[in-house]
Design a protein around this ligand. Sequence first.
Ligand code: DX5
Ligand code: ZN
Length: 222
Amino acid sequence: MGIQISPSVLNSDLSRLHDEVGRIAGVADWVHLDIMDNHFVPNLTFGLPVVESLLRGLSVPADCHLMIDDPGRWAPGYAAAGAGSVTFHAEATTAPVRVAKDIRAAGARVGVAVKPATPISAVADLAPHVDMILVMTVEPGFGGQAFMADMMPKVREARRLADASEFDIWIQVDGGVGPDTIEQCSAAGADVFVAGSSVYRAPEPAVMVESLRALAENASRP
Ligand code: DX5
Ligand code: ZN
């Protein structure tokens, strides 16, 4: 599939969500939507009703990142609303296979995310059931945090797991990804890059998306 860029609208003007997505339409592969419930993470954004409204008529595929408790209850609804990809956190459920199967059955790609303290071994058994592993490069909850370079061994491990499997599993990184940090993520084996503040604080978000893509492509493994 190659390099994919998924800008996060978390730090954009949330009162104009549809227009903010429009600023990256045509250049971004996905729009990353951060759903936070103030339980799994200490912050609150928006939930299913907002995403359902946003997705009506949206031209960019939605990459929903659920930072919520009880994903089994909510995740399939995001797929049914038309999200192309729905990612839940490994730490948030004791029934990850069921959650993954329910997301797939509702028609979306499945991602499983790990917080910085969670090892890749926690999701190794899920390889047949997921299409993407999200390695968090900040503690989830807020945009604009400093990138954790010490997560790169986990990205390499996730890449090895994906390559050793018979499945085409994408490796996503999320948190502090920008022009100064994207190359090391790509070199470590990531292929889907979430970028929030680096894109939406740029004068022209679409131009930044293309810059990030070029940097990631040049640094990607042969
Ligand atoms: C953090 C979110 C990220 C965040 C990324 O909890 O999952 O998607 O929006 O924002 P930046 O790129 O600013 O770290
Ligand atoms: Zn995210």
